[in-house]
Design a protein around this ligand. Structure first.
Ligand SMILES: Cc1cc2nc3c(=O)[nH]c(=O)nc-3n(C[C@H](O)[C@H](O)[C@H](O)COP(=O)(O)OP(=O)(O)OC[C@H]3O[C@@H](n4cnc5c(N)ncnc54)[C@H](O)[C@@H]3O)c2cc1C
Ligand code: FES
Length: 288
């Protein structure tokens, strides 16, 4: 087995490639210089550090042949400052952290993404396609506020998967909230007696709806939820910022991906998260 490595401290690397997927989302790629390979699983994340500023958790969006990419949506001071950087600027990378998705190559798959929740799921889609048996179904349901926020849509439409899009303003696909879309679509799909695995990431209220539908079909153990609507600070389990109420699990190390039957036991799931100072905030119905 080949040796792998991990960045425990931020390693500053120049941005190798940058492009804007839409006006507030940048895709930044970095070349990893080491000779050894890095083991990275979809759903894992890095802490991206802007020297002289802050550090934020960002999921791996793609990783192949020593090139690693991140899709970063500008929502606040640090994410906006990072997406304004140009090629050759230095960004600190720490990771990969967390557990990532369990890739089951023997099942039919439904992938559900809300807003920037598509970021880790793009890497997952490619990994599943590369390891697919011929007759397996891969269905992607993706929702966003408007057409330009359906990130990677054109790329997905060219892949050998079924796609189903929705937008809140009706500019592409189904007109409405993704939670309305999945209520009927997911329910109908799961009614079919196929061997399903469900992967999802997005706003926590959307994740909650998916969990309820999976529970109605007794499929919560076949549901893998990436909790990226939560606050992460250290990334390795010591600061306590990301602990889930009651279960005592950390999102940064034990997650960010959890099985539906575990999340079903989390008291605060879909109700509130905690910010930098530990104070509670309620979840909004839309993605960040
Ligand atoms: C596991 C994980 C993976 C993520 N992957 C991506 C991704 O691939 N692409 C992407 O655009 N965003 C991703 N995020 C969200 C991203 O980390 C936040 O949008 C970012 O930290 C905002 O920081 P800010 O200073 O720009 O904004 P702020 O104004 O500080 O915050 C804006 C919003 O982001 C949340 N936030 C702030 N700091 C953090 C933090 N340290 N951890 C988590 N949330 C925070 C706040 O609660 C607030 O809702 C991920 C979050 C987690 C937990
Ligand atoms: S972010 Fe510090 S314990 Fe999880």
């Amino acid at each position: 087995m080949s040796e792998t490595y991990h960045y425990n401290l931020p390693v500053c690397l120049p941005i190798f490639r940058k492009y804007m997927e839409n006006e507030k989302t940048a895709i930044l790629s970095f070349l990893l210089p080491e000779e050894k390979s890095m083991k990275v699983v979809p759903g894992q994340y890095f802490m991206l550090w802007l020297p002289g500023d802050d550090e934020i958790p960002i999921a791996v969006n793609h990783y192949q042949k020593k090139t690693i990419s991140f899709a970063i949506c500008g929502v606040g001071p640090t994410s906006n400052a990072i997406i304004q950087k140009e090629e050759k600027c230095l960004i600190g990378l720490r990771g990969p952290f967390g557990n990532g998705f369990n890739l089951d190559h023997n099942k039919n798959v439904v992938i559900i993404a809300g807003g920037i929740g598509i970021a880790p799921l793009r890497f997952l889609v490619h990994q599943l396609i590369n390891n697919s048996f011929i007759s397996r179904k891969i269905i992607l349901i993706q929702g966003a506020r408007t057409k330009t926020e359906l990130l990677f849509r054109e790329e997905f439409e060219k892949l050998p998967i079924s796609t189903d899009f929705c937008t809140e303003d009706g500019s592409y696909g189904f007109h409405g909230l993704i939670s309305e879309k999945i209520e009927t679509t997911l329910d109908n799909l799961l009614d079919k007696p196929l061997n399903w695995e469900i992967y999802t990431c997005g706003p926590e209220l959307m994740l909650k709806k998916i969990l309820v539908i999976a529970q109605e079909h007794s499929l919560e153990r076949n549901l893998q939820i990436c909790l990226a609507d939560r606050y992460i600070r250290c990334g390795f389990g010591i600061c306590g910022s990301c602990f889930i109420d009651d279960l005592g699990l950390s999102i940064c190390q034990d997650g960010p991906v959890f099985r539906g039957d575990v999340i079903a036991r989390v008291d605060d799931f879909g109700k509130f998260g905690r910010g930098a100072d530990g104070s509670k905030y309620p979840f909004a119905n839309i993605g960040k």
